[in-house]
Design a protein around this ligand. Structure first.
Ligand SMILES: [Zn+2]
Length: 94
């Protein structure tokens, strides 16, 4: 049993505090944007069935609501004042 425990702790990088080793990926260290909503939430809010519907919805206009809980209008390649991206930007299409 004792050997097993030592092997587990050896997997931690020596010299680095446990909290640093256990920290999630760097992306998770970015402060979360409280206004940002997911694409799924966006589709529900706008009544869009799927990603294709989002594409068509965004293609129809040059200004669309951002993935923001304030429903800010942004250009298709822009972000609102809260830093939330336009859907096409979030989908990686632009
Ligand atoms: Zn916003």
């Amino acid at each position: 049993m004792k050997n097993h425990d030592q092997q587990r702790s050896a997997s931690h990088v020596p010299g680095i505090a446990a909290s640093a080793v256990d920290a999630p990926s760097p992306r998770a260290n970015k402060p979360a944007n409280p206004h940002l909503i997911s694409l799924a939430q966006y589709r529900r809010r706008e009544g869009l069935a799927d990603d294709l519907a989002v594409l068509q919805f965004c293609n129809a206009d040059s200004v669309v609501p951002a993935l923001c809980d304030e429903a800010c209008d942004v250009e298709n390649d822009g972000r609102c004042s809260h830093g939330c991206p336009a859907p096409l930007l979030a989908m990686g299409i632009i």
